[in-house]
Ligand binder design. Structure first.
Ligand SMILES: NC(=O)c1ccc[n+]([C@@H]2O[C@H](COP(=O)([O-])OP(=O)(O)OC[C@H]3O[C@@H](n4cnc5c(N)ncnc54)[C@H](O)[C@@H]3O)[C@@H](O)[C@H]2O)c1
Length: 370
């Protein structure tokens, strides 16, 4: 970085020097030393410098497509988070659990643990929850939509039974109501989970949602709701579980579901409050990781990229241009599936990641690298 700025400073000085000096340019400087040296000849060049013309100030179409257009938000893209009635249903994934016929490290096992997943009735939360059960954990699904959470719990058990015929002990999977943004509701849910499971070892905070409005027109109450669910909800469950672990003097670990939007700005859909909320989730994980490190409680973050859930499928089926644009920006050239998070969440909750805390694991097909 420093070397780079020194080099830039040096070439700028050369450029200024050349602009002021006489016409007799010494031979060793006849070829430009850097692209900035081109400016020495600018006055004499009747053609405009194409690199200078290619700025965001160039008129649209001056050099083909309008410069910067693929890296901008577009306020005409508006997506509302649907109501529960309009929400597409998510099937329980098939054939991913089951006994381990292939050898793997024992430290990945979550046997004899109790995991709680907020927002676990559907979407990424439900599939991650299945991964945890397949890895040996009991499970408490917590969701605003209790009916769907109960349905998901029943299907998950049914699927597990099919994949593990003759198993002696079925996992204990329960469903609970909570509005994660409401402290009273969170405390009631925690009490309910403890009544059914007696302990909680692991937490995954997946309850969250996004909406798209440009910042000037973002409805204030929607923004508050978004931050309430994504940020307050994560904080309230994390502190509630940490308090329980500290009282038990037990080790534990948590995974907060952030998003790549906490590190980059998505285009073309505008979503400033969501991006800021997910940046908050990521840094909350780091901050709590430090605060609770002495209690043997690990806190990590998973930042998914664009994932194909029932809801994103519906949005993209209705907006194929948006799908093409998103996929064009992902280095691996395809969206992720919820199953891609199963291993990541199991790893970060289990002893396989015993020395990892405060990390942000991006599961984004390389999106944030470019
Ligand atoms: N799908 C993606 O492409 C993607 C990408 C990056 C991050 N994420 C994040 O992953 C998480 C899960 O997203 P998803 O795509 O599975 O969403 P989803 O809408 O499919 O599922 C979210 C779940 O959270 C529940 N929920 C919503 N508000 C709640 C509240 N106040 N209290 C309790 N539960 C509530 C919903 O009922 C639902 O079951 C979110 O935090 C989201 O921001 C998703």
């Amino acid at each position: 970085m420093i070397a780079c700025s020194i080099a830039r400073g040096a070439s700028r000085r050369i450029c200024v020097h050349l602009a002021r000096s006489s016409k007799a340019t010494p031979n060793f400087l006849a070829r430009p030393l850097s692209s900035t040296a081109l400016c020495a000849n600018k006055k004499h060049d009747p053609k405009p410098d194409p690199n200078e013309a290619a700025t965001t100030n160039a008129p649209s179409g001056a050099l083909g497509d309008h410069e910067g257009k693929f890296a901008r938000t577009d306020k005409t893209v508006q997506i509302h988070y649907p109501s529960d009635r309009e929400m597409p249903r998510q099937p329980v994934v098939q054939g991913r659990g089951g006994m381990h016929f292939k050898r793997t490290l024992a430290s990945f096992s979550l046997e004899n643990k109790v995991s709680m997943v907020t927002g676990g009735a559907r979407g990424l939360g439900l599939v991650m929850a299945q991964g945890l059960v397949a890895s040996g954990s009991d499970l408490a699904i917590v969701d605003l939509n209790k009916a769907e959470a109960e349905e998901a719990a029943a299907k998950l058990i049914e699927q597990f039974g099919k994949e593990n015929p003759g198993i002696e002990k079925m996992p204990n999977v329960t469903a609970h109501y909570a509005d994660v943004a409401n402290p009273v509701s969170v405390n009631e849910a925690l009490a309910d989970v403890l009544a059914k499971h007696t302990k909680i070892d692991h937490l995954v905070t997946s309850a969250g949602f996004t909406e798209n409005f440009d910042a000037i027109h973002y409805p204030f109450e929607r923004m508050q709701k978004l931050w309430g669910v994504n940020v307050d909800g994560t904080y309230l469950f994390a502190t509630g579980v940490a308090k329980h672990l500290m009282e038990r003097k037990a080790p534990g670990s948590m995974v907060m579901i952030g998003s790549m939007s906490g590190s980059i700005v998505n285009v073309p859909q505008p979503q400033a409050p969501y991006n800021a909320a997910k940046a908050a989730v990521r840094h909350l994980a780091s901050s709590l990781a430090v605060e609770w490190a002495g209690h043997d409680i690990r806190v990590n973050c998973i930042s998914p990229g664009y994932m194909l859930t029932a809801l994103t499928r519906k949005i993209l089926d209705e907006n194929p241009q948006l799908r093409d644009k998103w996929i064009s920006l992902i280095p691996v050239g395809k969206m992720g599936t919820p199953e891609d998070l199963m291993g990541a969440v199991t790893f970060l909750l289990s002893d396989a990641s015993k020395y990892i805390t405060g990390a942000d694991l991006r599961v984004d097909g390389g999106y944030t690298l470019t």
